[in-house]
Design a binder for this molecule. Structure first.
Ligand code: C2E
Ligand code: MG
Ligand code: MG
Ligand code: MG
Length: 287
């Protein structure tokens, strides 16, 4: 922060910093109203198997601000976490995702699709988190065994036994768990060993340069091998080109997500695209 110190030792902020603080306060106020104003939507990004067939999707939130236009989750999720607004927002996401799951479950073309939902550390740590998820599942009658919760390594800070207990309660309902952004956080291999996870998601920072960076190749290869030996499903995110996909398949990564297959789009578009036969060249490559 651009701080200055006056002769008497008092600090004051530069006008630019002041303006930034005001903008932040305004954004926070808008965020408080966004749920009631129905400004959030979910978009869906498909997750595919080694033949490029859709096996599921990840739900990603979007905020359509009345004046600012589209605000990316990267700039409002951290603010929502700091202010606690992530709790009602996260609940809205769960409700909307479960509604989508019900729609998919009622159509034989889509009933196999799983849906992954991002859960913030703060949301997961709420005392009534498990009860809330139960409520949402009951009210929506969504198939819990198609719902996957994505946690990040920041969720693992805290009492590990409590976290495990909570995960087990949700797993008993049929819900599965993925560890998002794997490799970027603080969690030790001890945690990986103890947590009742179903999937790890290789962070896109390791995938991005896979076609040219030998270190990333080594890391990705090792994560896949480790995940597989631990009996976990391994998914890679940020798959952007054919080289990424080929290398990941060669290393026997289970599932793939990225712009190479599909960008995050509306549920309708995602389904239309994943049910369309894959292009011939992809079929040949995937075989
Ligand atoms: P994430 O969960 O790791 O999601 C992956 C992000 O990578 C998404 O960004 C997605 O659009 C983007 N992405 C997917 N494929 C590619 C690719 O091939 N290349 C590149 N460069 N990017 C790709 P998005 O939608 O902007 O979301 C950013 C982050 O915001 C998410 O990271 C997640 O941490 C958070 N987020 C999004 N939706 C929610 C939500 O509903 N709840 C919570 N708590 N967090 C959310
Ligand atoms: Mg995610
Ligand atoms: Mg991620
Ligand atoms: Mg992320």
């Amino acid at each position: 922060l651009a701080k200055q110190t006056s002769p008497n030792g008092l600090r004051f902020y530069e006008p630019a910093v002041q303006a930034e603080l005001e903008a932040r306060t305004e954004l926070e106020q808008d965020l408080r109203l966004a749920i009631d104003r129905q400004e959030f939507i979910l978009v869906y990004q498909s997750q595919v198997d080694s033949l490029g067939r859709a096996i599921g999707a990840e739900a990603l939130i979007r905020w359509e601000h009345p004046r600012r236009g589209f605000v990316s989750p990267g700039s409002f999720i951290p603010l929502a976490e700091e202010t606690g607004l992530i709790v009602p927002i996260g609940n809205w996401v769960l409700e909307a995702a479960c509604e989508q799951l019900v729609i998919w479950a009622n159509d034989e073309n889509t009933q196999h699709l799983t849906l992954a939902v991002n859960v913030s550390a703060k949301q997961f740590q709420q005392p009534d988190f498990v009860d809330n998820v139960c409520d949402v599942l009951t009210k929506s009658s969504a198939p819990a065994h198609r719902l996957k919760l994505e946690l990040t390594e920041s969720t693992m800070i805290g009492k590990i036994d409590d976290i495990i207990a909570r995960m087990l309660q949700l797993k008993a309902l049929g819900i599965s768990f993925s560890l998002d952004d794997f490799g970027t956080g603080y969690s030790s291999l001890q945690y990986l060993k103890r947590l009742p996870l179903d999937q790890i998601k290789i962070d896109q920072s390791f995938v991005r340069n896979l076609h040219k960076d030998m270190d990333d190749k080594a890391i990705v290869k090792t994560i896949i091998a480790m995940g597989r030996s631990l009996g976990l499903q391994v998914i890679a995110e940020g798959v952007e080109n054919q080289e990424h996909w080929h290398y990941l398949k060669e290393q026997q990564c289970h599932a793939f997500q990225g712009y190479y297959f599909c960008k995050p789009v509306s549920a309708t578009e995602m389904v239309q695209r994943s049910l369309a036969p894959p292009p011939i060249h992809r079929l040949i490559r995937g075989s």
